[in-house]
Design a protein around this ligand. Structure first.
Ligand code: UD1
Length: 368
């Protein structure tokens, strides 16, 4: 069996790392003919900080194929990935293509594989925000509509897939590979020399702080919306400083709109996985519009305020530490103070978020 493991953008790298470890372990017990696997990096993200820094931090091997797609409009980027990926698939004839998450690479590579009659395994299948203005929602729907294996992280995903007529025996509730990665890296962090991080002194100097990430087009591409969020952040930062690693999209939009943040909002370059974890795990609260951080904060019990109206990961709100604030100034401020004053009592870790998901996935793929 030959498996392709596809990754293209920053959030994918965290998800393939535990699968690589599980595949390595499985390969030790099998011949190359019985099991071989290759990593395909589409090049959707390419800056050192957005890609190679993660390969280094997550101990990922150099990809077997690098497609070099780069940034462009959705159509151009998706098309470039499809054209290059098709060539590699025709040349290598994998039996299964594993795609993770919901980025353009997930969409592009699942379509290519399926049209070449190669089985598609979607990890993090079935999640739905029901918001078709999100490009990721379209990617999720398309990938799920043609996948053969659905590996799901939470019960809402099972319900969504069943409603769409997917066969129950193809839906595998395995937990979350991103949480496998989180627990693994947290353990590694305990053995690291923390003073290696450029932010070591900053963290030591701050009594408490909020950790912020922001990059969704719906939050940063409109001046009015971004300004409202920034006004809320400026007000919050007069009470508690905010550490803010800047995504390239957000940097571009803040510059284009000429929007300024207060000095107590501390800008950083995009961070590697370990340094980001080092900072957010001890923050008083994470504010974010990322999908992954909503889940990671729930897994570590850190309060999370999500700057979106909806989430495709409802378990984080139902039993986790996540609260949806939307992106309007007054709502952000109200929810912020509510959490600072009252917390979110009774938060728990979702079922099967136990660090063993990648092994479950590899077991399913190699026994079928
Ligand atoms: C993409 C994903 C999103 C994911 C996010 C994580 C899709 C549709 N979107 O959005 O789901 O949450 O990644 O970061 O797949 N850029 C750089 N360097 C890079 C990559 C991008 O400077 O290495 C710039 C691009 O030129 C562009 C901006 O960042 O101006 C946004 O990049 P893009 O790939 O369009 O989408 P993301 O917002 O990163």
């Amino acid at each position: 069996m030959k498996i392709f493991l596809v990754a293209g953008a920053r959030p994918n790298f965290m998800k393939i790392a535990p699968i690589v470890r599980a595949l390595r372990a499985e390969s030790r017990e099998k011949s190359e003919k019985e099991l071989s696997w290759m990593i395909v990096h589409t090049g959707q993200h390419y800056d050192y900080e957005m890609s190679q820094a993660f390969f280094d931090d997550l101990e990922l091997p150099t990809p077997d194929f690098f497609l070099g797609a780069g940034s462009d409009s959705h159509a151009v980027q998706t098309a470039k990935i499809m054209v290059s990926f098709e060539k590699v698939c025709i040349d290598q004839r994998p039996d299964i293509v594993i795609v993770v998450g919901d980025v353009n690479s997930t969409l592009a590579c699942s379509i290519v594989a399926k049209k070449l009659l190669i089985e598609v395994a979607h990890i993090e299948a079935g999640l739905r925000s029901f918001d078709l203005t999100m490009p990721e929602e379209i990617n999720r729907i398309v990938a799920d509509s043609i996948s053969d294996y659905f590996f799901v992280t939470e019960k809402s995903a099972i319900e969504n897939l069943v409603k769409q007529g997917k066969p129950k025996e193809r839906i595998y509730f395995v937990g979350h590979v991103m949480i496998d990665n989180l627990f693994y890296q947290l353990k590694r962090l305990e053995g690291e020399k923390l003073s290696q991080f450029a932010t070591y002194e900053l963290k030591k100097d701050l009594e408490n702080y909020v950790f912020l990430t922001l990059h969704r087009p719906s939050n940063v591409d409109s001046r009015e919306t971004l300004l409202g969020i920034v006004e809320a952040l400026n007000e919050i930062s007069t009470e508690i400083p905010i550490i803010f690693p800047l995504h390239p999209r957000t940097k571009k939009m803040l510059d284009a709109f000429g929007i300024k943040l207060n000095k107590r909002v501390i800008f950083l370059e995009p961070l590697g996985f370990m340094e980001s974890l080092f900072l957010w795990k001890d923050s008083v609260m994470v504010m974010t519009d990322s999908g992954g951080l909503q889940e990671e904060t729930t897994a570590l019990g850190v309060p999370c305020l999500t700057l979106r109206d909806n989430t495709e990961r409802p378990i984080t709100v139902e039993i986790g530490t996540n609260t949806l604030a939307g992106n309007k100034k007054q709502d952000i401020l109200n929810y912020f103070w509510q959490i600072i004053n009252n917390g979110k009592p009774g938060a728990a870790i979702p079922p099967k978020w136990d660090g063993k998901s990648a092994k479950r996935i590899v077991d399913v793929l190699t026994r079928n």
